[in-house]
Design a protein around this ligand. Structure first.
Ligand code: PMP
Length: 445
């Protein structure tokens, strides 16, 4: 590909320069910075349906969907309408309102959780669920899995995925915290096991299970690229309860995405607690945690575990979440379409890569997909270590070629992409056409 074919990104570059002068790294969340793929991130002016428009006026097919929330596509009419109705009634009350009750009723009805508490982000949800598990069990330790990401609370930045895989320099795999500023003493309360390794989890629980308050896991991993759990691993997860530990499914990414009942519904899981974020706020800042009533009733003011939030249950966010869940519940065929688009995308990428002689291994489930640049049978990448064998330089070159052709893929090899209900055959064909060109320039054919 020659530079002449690239659309202008001059305004984005200028904004990035200004942003870097006033914000660390020029962005408000690390993975947006394009650190692992190079170049200036695109600054987005607006988003509608399956498209982003950047500040230079380039229209891009969006496969990030704000990292998951925009399952209906951007600026969905029902969601916009609900937000404007809420807006007309004021933006924050600091007192309870009806929308919080309605969204809690919808979440409990759909997911089977008996109680739910709303917070403002996925990070708050997992952090609060772990405090609750510690308060409920009276135990100190938690277990997480290598390469899983659960937000940026201190105790969860241990062997973590997402931006930590993309941007960290050499901390991963050392048992050390994944971030500066997390005391080693605190990180030691987080025990790390290998995803998709039931024997390792059984062994850890046999030795330490009596001290473990909770095991937290991504039921399908998105944050090391997509990793799909084996039935044996899911069975081992359910066994942790025999040791008195709570099982916490982090459905921040997968909730209401992999099915209306999330990964929990799709895979038949029965966790004690579930964390949500992203889709539950319809594109506004929300998180939530919920589950067994006897556990949730330990939360303040009902119980002794403190957790609070000035903007929690915000009326605009509740309205956006409610409208999104109503559309999903009312049109369940959305999930079939998301799945078939994603399957066709996977098959098309495979075929294009094969033709160009580029090694590629695709993991996909529902509307989540990662195309790993490595020679491995499809579906055989199951752990962080497997994912890490990918050729990140080849991915970066492919990513830049796609972006130059108007396709906005996740800017890291170790992330999932997200298909939305607004993606149609037009976007699929455009994507596969661009992918053929990108793989050809990579394979030198
Ligand atoms: N858990 C998972 C599984 C996530 O994917 C994320 C964010 N990508 C989080 C927690 C943290 O959510 P937030 O960024 O809203 O704090």
């Amino acid at each position: 590909m020659t530079t002449e074919t690239l659309p202008s990104s001059a305004q984005s570059a200028a904004l990035f320069a200004r942003a870097r002068a006033v914000t660390p790294g020029g962005v408000n969340s690390p993975v947006r910075a394009f650190k692992s793929v190079g170049g200036s991130p695109r600054f987005i002016r607006e988003a509608h349906g399956a498209y982003l428009t950047d500040v230079d006026g380039n229209r891009l097919v969006d496969y990030i969907g704000s990292w998951g929330p925009m399952i209906l596509g951007h600026d969905h009419p029902a969601v916009r309408q609900a937000i404007s109705e809420a807006l007309a009634g004021g933006t924050s009350f600091g007192a309870p309102g009806e929308r919080e009750v309605r969204l809690a009723e919808a979440v409990t009805r759909i997911t089977g959780a008996e109680r739910v508490r709303f917070v403002n982000s996925g990070t708050e949800a997992t952090m609060s669920a772990l405090r609750l598990a510690r308060g409920f069990t009276g135990r100190k330790f938690i277990v997480k899995f290598r390469g899983n990401y659960h937000g940026h609370a201190d105790g969860l930045l241990v062997e973590a995925g997402s931006g930590l895989l993309t941007n960290a320099e050499g901390t991963l795999g050392t048992s050390a915290p994944s971030s500066a500023g997390v005391p080693g003493e605190y990180a030691q309360l987080t025990l790390v096991s290998e995803y998709n390794d039931p024997a390792a989890l059984d062994a850890l629980m046999a030795e330490r299970g009596h001290e473990v308050a909770a095991v937290i896991f991504e039921p399908v991993v998105g944050n090391a690229g997509v990793l799909i759990p084996t039935p044996e691993f899911l069975a081992a997860l359910h066994r942790v309860r025999e040791r008195g530990a709570l099982l916490i499914a982090d459905e921040v990414m997968t909730g209401f995405r992999l099915s209306l009942r999330g990964a929990t519904g799709l895979l038949g899981l029965t966790p004690d607690l579930i964390c949500w974020g992203k889709i539950i706020g319809g594109g506004l800042p929300v998180g939530a945690y919920g589950g067994r009533a006897d556990v949730m009733d330990f939360v303040s003011p009902q119980g002794p575990v403190y957790q609070a939030g000035t903007l929690s249950g915000n009326p605009l966010a509740m309205a956006a979440g409610l409208a999104t869940l109503e559309v999903l519940e009312g049109t369940p065929e959305v999930y079939t379409r998301l799945e078939s688009y994603t399957s066709e995308l996977a098959a098309g990428l495979k075929a294009a890569a094969r033709e160009a002689g580029v090694p590629l291994s695709v993991n996909h489930i529902g509307s989540m997909l990662t195309a790993f640049h490595q020679e491995a049978p499809d579906g055989s990448i199951r752990t962080y270590a497997d994912a890490a064998r990918s050729d990140t330089a080849a991915f970066a070159a492919w990513f830049q070629s796609m972006l130059g052709q108007g396709i906005y893929w996740a800017p890291s090899q170790f992330e999932s992409i997200f298909v939305s209900a607004a993606h149609t055959d037009t976007e699929l064909n455009a994507t596969l056409g661009a992918a053929r060109t990108a793989y050809r320039s990579l394979g030198g054919t």
